[in-house]
Structure formats: structure tokens, C-alpha cells
Design a protein around this ligand. Structure first.
Ligand SMILES: [Zn+2]
Length: 219
């Protein structure tokens, strides 16, 4: 899951650091950014994890070590990801899809819009809540896509203009621009569906949902 040690005096390879940042956040401890960079905040978070598990708090996580094993085995306690800062929402997208969304956001800004992500990745628990509330039609969506280790790697994002959200002043001026720009990026736009999902863009076709679920380790 990580190739080398992370934290105090660790090797701190960016991909490993990012994994640890997600793992710490997954159990409800704030790691700071999900940016692959080790700072005092992350080291303090690792120490908190170790104290919680009764492990000597040396601020470092080693591959094959006790802290990593306990972190992975602990139940997920994700907060609602719609409250995350924008950078974290972007970090929660599958890398390939993220590049497309970054371009999409740039294009919309060029056209004078102020796009923000409402949801990138979200947990299956949040998805089930939205399903029960009737806000979503499915119990697993492209928003829930994850790595086989259960870390965020969403294939969907909901974007709105921060001035309007879903109450646009003028005949879906933002959403139509979103749809056009999304399709130019090769993305699927929810505004084209019968059950219109104006803010929703995704990087895979609906027919691939079962495959994405399997890739997510959720067969
Ligand atoms: Zn969506």
C-alpha cells in the first residue's frame, strides 16, 4: 500500500504520503492537505493515530508496520465530503478524470463562470443517505469509485457556479456551458439524461458502472 516510510525521518515519497494523508483522514483525523508533502500537521496526525491505537508515537508509518496495519483495519469514519476544501475535492478524483476536470474548470473560468465542485468523491455511506433521501437513484455511483484499498478515486464530479448553485438566473446558462465543455473533454454530462442531473459530469459511461464497482474492490 505504501512503498517506503512516511512521516518523521521517513522517505516520504509523494504517492506514499498522499496514501497516508487519505488513510488518516479516513478515520477522522485531519491530515492537512492531500498533497503528497509531509509537514508538521501530518506528523502530528500520525502521532494522534498512534496514540489512539496505543502504539509508541514516533510520527512515522512504515510499510508492514503496526500503525499501517491498524489504520487499514480501522472502520472508515469519513465526514461528508461536500464540506471539503476545493483542493481536497479535486484530489479525490481519479487522476485521469482529475486532469479533465481541471481543464474543464479552466475553460469555464475563461468564459467568465465561477465553477466550484460540490461533490467529487463521496463515501458509500453518504451515497446511501442520498439514495434514501431520493436525491440519488443508485446506491453505488461513479462518485463512490475508489482504489482497491478504499481511498477516493471518483469518476464523477458535480459542478455549479458559486454565485448560483442550482438556482441559475438565466435558463441554465452555467449548466449548458458545463455540458458543452464537458463533452468537448470527452466526458459524460448528466444534463443529457432523462433524469436530468445538471451539475454532474463523469469520466466513464453508465454501462461501465459495474466494472468501476469491481475496480473499486466492491464486487
Ligand atoms: Zn453527480
Amino acid at each position: 500500500m505504501i512503498e517506503a516510510s512516511v512521516g518523521q525521518d521517513g522517505d516520504n515519497r509523494a504517492a506514499d504520503v498522499r496514501t497516508v494523508q487519505w488513510l488518516v483522514l479516513r478515520i477522522g483525523i485531519e491530515p492537512g492537505g492531500i498533497d503528497g508533502i509531509v509537514g508538521p500537521r501530518l506528523i502530528a496526525a500520525i502521532r494522534s493515530v498512534q496514540e489512539r491505537f496505543g502504539i509508541e508515537p514516533d510520527g512515522r508509518i512504515d510499510p508492514g508496520g503496526a500503525t499501517l496495519a491498524r489504520l487499514r483495519a480501522a472502520p472508515a469514519r469519513w465526514a461528508d465530503s461536500s464540506d471539503w476544501p476545493e483542493a481536497r475535492k479535486l484530489a479525490s478524483l481519479h487522476p485521469q478524470f482529475r486532469r479533465q476536470v481541471v481543464t474543464l474548470i479552466d475553460r469555464l473560468r475563461d468564459d467568465g463562470f465561477r465553477p466550484v465542485i460540490v461533490y467529487g468523491w463521496r463515501s458509500v455511506a453518504v451515497q446511501e443517505r442520498l439514495f434514501r433521501a431520493g436525491t440519488s437513484k443508485v446506491t453505488f455511483s461513479f462518485h463512490n469509485a475508489q482504489t482497491p484499498d478504499g481511498l477516493p478515486a471518483a469518476w464523477a464530479a458535480d459542478l455549479v457556479d458559486e454565485r448560483w448553485y442550482w438556482r441559475e438566473p438565466d435558463a441554465h446558462v452555467f449548466f449548458r456551458a458545463l455540458g458543452k465543455a464537458a463533452k468537448a473533454q470527452g466526458l459524460v454530462w448528466g444534463g443529457d439524461w432523462k433524469f436530468r442531473d445538471w451539475a454532474h459530469v463523469q469520466g466513464r459511461r453508465n454501462a461501465e458502472l459495474a466494472a468501476v464497482r469491481r475496480e473499486s474492490g466492491l464486487s
